[in-house]
Design a protein around this ligand. Structure first.
Ligand code: SF4
Length: 374
């Protein structure tokens, strides 16, 4: 199927549309999981949708409760520090989501009377909210007839309509949004969208879809084929990149440990970590740990024993992080040097957990605290 803007998008036959809607909603009413954000107020729906952008339901649940307990209202979120917000996001990953939530809450206080706006245009002007999230919020929280297309919905729609080719292509994205738009009903739009996602999550799974129990099997092209799991036709994955990181655990005379804050943007933006570098090809991890300290505060160090070796995968990067104890070898560790680097801070061990760390650095921190019986 080629991209051709002149070719009209397919129209779903009205009888098929009605049957899909009614069968799916009936199935949803009987089978939906009792998730805390269903039927919640708009602020909580928004929080849940941001958490679910790159996180599975089962992983998001404990964070959702904890986050809403700490930030029960949009105003409480807007008036908190970014560090506090990141601390309550620690472990969920993709921290740009937390920074965007925080900023969006402040904008809503400033420009929208502390309320979630109720138009797609205004919602999508907020940080972290795209077409999918605005559709999810407007349909679930405000009962508006808005479509959504997330990973689960893509899988269901590609299978039902037997859509060939990469679902991320421009043409297929248009097709998928068109199908979703045609299907979402005026009555119960939020429930219908939730039902599509629920079907993808619990029945129309990636490898083994449970077609024999599916409420829309009779309308599904893939479900009536030899192998439904052929759809969606994603191209082969990007190759995995293996990378080694090395961190130094450096303490001063009073026992405080040096941590540094990452720049606000990019991977692990705004989070804290022990001084860390990516090992150059062929560079021993011990040497890289010494380089990490030198690059941050300009002193030579003697690297001691290894504290931990941690494996972590983020997107297509497979990271091995080494953590080494370090002692200052030469050069004075003057306060001037530390203050020149605004991102560095000496912190008592007992206060390390007050700082949000990335996932691999959190594990390294816990190794350190356990080694010190904290
Ligand atoms: S019939 Fe099978 S492939 Fe089709 S939507 Fe249902 S579970 Fe998915």
């Amino acid at each position: 199927m080629t991209t051709n803007p002149q070719v009209p998008l397919p129209v779903i036959h009205s009888a098929i549309r009605e049957d899909i809607i009614s069968n799916l909603l009936s199935w949803y009413d009987e089978n939906k999981r009792p998730l805390p954000w269903r039927g919640a107020e708009p602020y909580a729906v928004w929080i849940s949708e941001i958490m679910l952008q790159q996180t599975q339901v089962i992983s998001a649940l404990p964070f959702y409760d904890r986050f809403l307990k700490r930030f029960p209202t949009l105003r409480s979120l807007a008036e908190s520090s970014q560090e506090d917000v990141l601390s309550h996001w620690a472990g969920l990953g993709y921290y740009a989501r937390a920074r965007n939530l925080h900023r969006a809450a402040q904008i809503m206080i400033e420009n929208h009377d502390g309320q979630l706006p109720q138009t797609a245009e205004q919602l999508e002007a907020l940080p972290g909210i795209g077409r999918y999230t605005s559709g999810a919020i407007l349909s679930a929280a405000f009962n508006q007839q808005r479509p959504i297309v997330d990973t689960n919905v893509v899988r269901v729609l590609c299978r039902v309509f037997g859509l060939p080719g990469d679902p991320r292509s421009t043409h297929n994205q248009k097709m998928l949004w068109s199908f979703a738009e045609q299907l979402v009903p005026a009555d119960r739009p939020g429930d219908f969208n939730q039902a599509m996602m629920e079907l993808g999550a619990v029945l129309c799974s990636i490898d083994e879809p449970g077609c024999e129990r599916c409420p829309i099997l009779k309308h599904c092209a893939a479900g009536n084929s030899a192998d439904p799991s052929v759809f969606p036709e994603y191209p082969a994955n990007r190759p995995t990149v293996t990378v080694t990181h090395s961190s130094a655990i450096l303490r001063n005379d009073t026992g405080e440990v040096l941590i540094v804050q990452r720049p606000q943007h990019g991977l692990w933006g705004g989070l804290w970590e022990f001084p860390r570098v990516i090992c150059e090809p062929g560079e021993p991890e011990i040497q890289a740990a010494a380089r990490a300290v030198s690059e941050y505060i300009g002193v030579e160090t003697r690297i001691g024993k290894r504290l931990a070796k941690i494996k972590h995968t983020v997107t297509h990067h497979r990271i091995t992080l080494y953590g080494y104890f370090a002692e200052i070898e030469t050069g004075l560790l003057s306060e001037t040097k530390i203050q020149e680097k605004g991102c560095c801070r000496w912190v008592e061990l007992s206060k390390l957990r007050n700082y949000p760390f990335s996932s691999p650095q959190t594990i390294l921190r816990e190794h350190l605290l356990i080694a010190n019986c904290l």
